[in-house]
Each structure stands twice: as C-alpha cells, then as structure tokens.
Design a protein around this ligand. Sequence first.
Ligand code: MN
Length: 318
Amino acid sequence: MKGIQELISHIDRSRDVVIQAHDFPDHDAVASAYALSSLLGINELPSILCYGGEIQSNSLSEAIKQLQIPIAASSAVEIRENAQIVVVDGFLGNSNIAGLPGEVLGVIDHHSPPSDPDCKYWDIREHYGSCSTILYEYYKISKNEPSRSVATALLMGLMMDTAFMTRSVSPVDLEAFSVLFKLADWQSGARLLKNSLSLNDLAVFREAINSCIVADDFCFVPIQKECTPEVMALVADFFLGLREVHFVVVLEPERDEYRLSVRSEDLFRPCDVIIRRALDGVGAGGGHVHMGGGSIPRDLFPGEEGLRKRFLVAMGKE
Ligand SMILES: [Mn+2]
C-alpha cells in the first residue's frame, strides 16, 4: 500500500514542499493537509500549508484557530517557482484547485478523478469516506500516532464527509473512527461541527422551503440569496432527510457563476455521474456517489427550469 515513505522518496529536500487543500476548503481538506504536514514534520520535512480561495465556513475557521492549524490562503503565502506541491482532497484536473506556481508532485484524494493524475505520486482511494481516513492510514502504516490536535482535525474531517458516519462509510472509515475517537478531543470537535449554522442562515432555509420543486423523488431547490457552500450543503442535507426525497439539487447564484450542491440516496443515480451528464456543455462538476457539486458560468446558464429539465433527463426521467 502507498504511504508516507513512498511520497517522501519522491521529494527533493532542497526545494520547498507545499501542501494544498482544495479551493474554499472544507474540514476534510484542511484536516488532511494538516495531518500530512505533521507526518512530514515527524520525518524532518518542513512544509507550507495553504488553500485556494477563502474559508467560508465558520466552524472551519473556528477549528483552525482552536487546533492551531498553520494554514493560510495561497494568496498570502509566497510560493516559489520550484516548489513541490502535494494536493489533498481534490486534484488539478478538477476546477476547484487554484493554479499555483511550482510542480504538482503528488495527489492524495478520495474523489473519482476525471483522468489519471500526471504526477510522480498519487494515491486515490475512491471507496474511502474521507481523505482524512487515508491520512489516518498513513500514520498507522508508518507506526506514528497523530497528536491530539491532528486526531481531532482528522475525526472532524471524517465525520463531516460521511455526514456523521451515515454516508459512504467503508470498513476502514470505521477503524479510523474508533482509533481517532480515543486520541481526539471529540467534545470540542462535535461542538464545532454541530453548530455550523447561525440565525442569519434561517432566511436561506425559509427561501429554500418556499422555492423547492418536487417531482417524484427529485427535489430541485433554487435559491436567490448568496450563501456559503457550507450552508448550501446543509440545505441539501435537510431536503434529503425528507422521506419522500432521494435526489436533491440546490442551486445558488454567485458573482459570475451558479453553484450547485447535489445529494443522492440512490446508488443507481450517483451524484458525480448525474452531474456530469446534466451539466454537459454548460458547466463542470463531480463528486462521489452520495454527494457532489458543480458550477455553471452565468453566460451558459440554461435557466432554472432548463437546468431542472437537464437533471430529469440525466436521471432518465424525461
Ligand atoms: Mn473529502
């Protein structure tokens, strides 16, 4: 199995190592980056942690503060031309990774890649519930124990990506859960994760409840208010919690594009496949079986009803 020693064998110690979480990162991306840099640190390899875009999740910025995770926006760190970049929880073929200077040396991810990455080291485990679980295994195989802070971050990443162990959970995720649980400060972790909404977000939920269109078990939720990806994801999860609904698309406008958050409870309608089909020619997206997302530039937007129809067709319902 791949692991930290194989990654290290590709690293040139005379050049900077940069670990990059995907743009507008989530708990899993930041935890994976943090755990990887700590493990490299144990092997006397310093690294720089960064992410593209900004952090739009309150609970994530709180977690970064509390766990003292040394990560910053890529715009705020100096990255040299000859830096070696390791991307976690997403990869360059994907539209959500900021193009940084330097060479992409490695990719560690659990999303299905559009194509095989073209770099020296890659480790993609699509059947894992979180990228944090891969990093848990890197620690295990190298016989190192994550610090309390790293374990807490990893456990939060795992819990977030699996919706508290109810989605895409594989046996290794369960193992990671039980090991990390004993090492982590889960009380603080849980408090942060369970309080990611605020009263300000109620307006978005109110609008979503008023605007949703249900056809059979497909719920389409167009909202006009701009909101963070985190709130959008929670709106999507909320509708998926309705007994009659098995597939959800939440649509939200951003400055120059529309964003989508997609959820599925049906193995025969995996989010990544349906999203790519529905957005063919107008946008980009991807994800896993149970969750995914995408974006459509404003000038290609087919209209709310046009988009809803595209999803119906993609699911073979029309
Ligand atoms: Mn992830």
